[in-house]
Design a protein around this ligand. Sequence first.
Ligand code: BDP
Length: 723
Amino acid sequence: MSLSLRTWAMLALWLVLLLGATPSRAEDGYDLWLRYRLLAPEQTKLYQYRATELIAGSSTSTQSVTRSELQRGLEGLLGRALPLSENVTHDGAIIVGTPKSSALIARLHLDIQDLGHEGYVIRSVVVDGHAATAIVAQEDIGALYGAFHFLRLLQTGQAIDHLDLHETPCVKLRVLNHWDYLNGQVERGYAGASIWDWWKLPDWRTPRYTDYARANASIGINGTVLDNVNAGATILTPTYLQKVAALADVFRPYGIRVYLSIRFSAPIEIGGLKTADPLDPKVQAWWHAKADEIYQRIPDFGGFLVKANSEGQPGPEDYKRTHADGANMLADALAPHGGVVMWRAFVYSASNPEDRAKQAYDEFKPLDGRFHANVLVQVKNGPVDFQPREPFHPLFGAMRRTPLMTEFEITKEYLGFATHLVYLGPLFEEVLSADTMAHGKGSTVAKVIDGSLDGHALTGMAGVANIGTDRDWCGSDFNQANWYVFGRLAWNPSLSSRAIAEEWVRMTFSNNESFVRPVVEMMMGSREAAVDYMTPLGLVHLMGPGHHYGPAPWDASESRPDWRPVYYHRADRQGIGFDRSRSGSDAVDQYAAPLAAQFNDLKQTPEQYLLYFHHVGWDYRMRSGHTLWYELVAHYTQGVNDVKRMRETWRSLHGYIDEQRYEQTAAFLAIQEKEAQWWRDASIAYFQSVSGLPLPPGYAAPEQSLNYYESLSFPYVPGFSSW
Ligand code: BDP
C-alpha cells in the first residue's frame, strides 16, 4: 500500500500534535526549585491521608495566586489534583487564608497576633472531627508565604502530621538589585540579557515575569530594583514609568514592590534644570513632583536606590553637599508616600590617596545620625568589593543611629562567572555571623542588619541578582542556589547555609540521600576552594582588569591605581600583602577596639585575612610551621585539588538525576578545573617572579611561562563592556 504525500503530511502533523500535547518536562532548569515533580511512592504514601482536599479563597489576586500555586504544587508532587472544597469533609484538608478572608479560619481561633504583615503559622488542627492542616496569616501575603513553606515540606520529604510552625521575617526589605541597562545588557550578568523586555513593555508582559515573582515570593523576597545602580535618567521619564508600572502590576499579587536606581543628576538631564544641588528648592520641587508622579502610577512603589559620587556617578558632593544632604532630599520627596531611599556606601575616589578600603567608613561614619528616618545606608559585605573573601565591612557596628542594609553580590563577578560551581551560602553566613563587637560580644552583622542590636524597625538586605534570559535564569543550575540562599537568609539571617543547601538540593534535584549528602558537601566546600585557587590568605582583587575574568596579579594597566591588582597585593622581593596595621594604613582602627587590636597584631590575625591586614615576609612562619611562601603555593594547589575532587564526586552521581542537568554540570566543572589550574599556575608564576624563591618540594611548576599568562587577552568578556 502506498500512501499519498498528503496522507504522509497528515500523519506527520498528527504526530507533531500528539507530541506537542504531552507537556514538555525538559529539565532545562527553568522551573528552578519549584519543579513539583512527582514524589517517590514512599513519600506520596506519607501524604495520602494528609492532603485530600483544598480550602482556599480567591477573592483577591494574592489569594488566587496562593490557591493556584498550591493546586499546581500538590498535583505535581502527589500526582493527583486535590478537589477544592468550602468545608472540611475528610481527614487531610489543607486550609489556607486569613481570619478576615475565611469564616472557617476565623473559627479556628489561632493565636496569630504577633505575625505582623508577612508572617504565618502552619498547624495541624482538628476541624469538625477531621484532621487538617491550617496555613494561616493575618494578611494574604503571609498566607502565600505559608503556602510555599508547606509545599517545601513536601518537596523535601518531611512529615506533615504534627505541624506547629511559626514564621515571621527578621528583615523588612528583602531586595534584589538588578544591574540591568535599558538596552538589555546586564552589568556583571552571566546569564544572558536582561529579563526586562523594556521595548515590548507595557503591552507585552511575558509569563516569565510571573514566574520570576513566584520564585522570589517562594523564598520571601519582597522587593526588586529594576535598573542598574549606574543609572541613566531615562527610567524616570513617563514612557518608562509606564513600563515600570506594568511590571509592578505583575509583581503585586506576590508581595513584591518595585524600586528604581536613580541618577542623581536627573533634574538636569530630563528636568531642564541647571543644577542637581540637593539644597536648591527647584531641585527639591522637581523630585517631589517626580515622586508624586511615580506614586500616581504605582501606589506601592518601594523607593530609590542611589549610587552617588562613586566610580564617576554624579552626586551631592558635586555641589559640596554631603551624602546625607543628598539622601535626605530624596527621602523627603518619598516620605509622604511611604517610600524609602537605599543610599549606597560604596564610595571611594581616585583623587583620595587614602587606602580604598578605608574611604567609605571615613565618609559615612561622621554622618551617623544625620539621615532622615526613611533612609537606609546600603553597605557591601566587605570594605573592598565583593571579593571571594574579605573581612566584614567596618561600617557594620559603627553607625548605630542609622539603619544599615548589607549588599551581597549573588552574581559571581569575582567568583568564576556562570561556570564555576561556587555556593555562596558559606560566604553570606561568614559575614552575617561575624562579630562586630560593637556592643560587646555577640554584636553580629546579622543583628546589625535585622535591627535588633540598635532597635531599628527599618531593616533590609540586598543582593545583586544573577538573573538573565538564559533558560535556567542564572547561567547554571548551581547558580540558582545562590539566589535561593540569599532569599532564605534575608528572611532569617541566622539560618545555616548548610541546611539551606540541603533544602535546595532536595527541591532542585532529588531527595535520594545518596545524592543529597555528597552534593551538599561539595557545595559547602566550593567557596573555600575558589578562595584557595584565586585569592588565598587574605589576598583580594587580583582579577583581570575591568572584566574581572581570570588571574592578572601583574596587572597595572588600569587608569586608576585603586583598580590595579598590584595596588592590592603589594608583593616585592621581601614579602606580600597590604599593611593595614597601625604602621600602615591603619584600617584596623575602623573596627571595634578588641578586633582592631587583634587585626593589628600579625600573630593574632586570622590567617585567612593575613595578607589583607599585613605585609608579610615570604619566609614568615605560619601556624603550620611552614613559610608563607610554602603555604601560598599549598593553598593554590589545594584549590585545584578540591575542584578535581568536586568533579569526581559529580561523576560518581551519574544516573541519579536527568542527563541534561548532569551533563551541563559535568561540563562546567571541567571548565572550572581548567580555570582553577590557570589561576594557580599564573599566580604562582607571577609571585615566584617577584619572590625569586624556588617552588616547595613536591609542588608542580606552572604549566606555562609567566609571559604566556600575561599575554592572554579576552575581548567580549560577558557582563562587561566599555560603559
Ligand atoms: C564593582 C563592579 C561594577 C559596579 C560596582 C558597584 O565591578 O561593575 O558598578 O561594583 O557596585 O564591583 O557600584
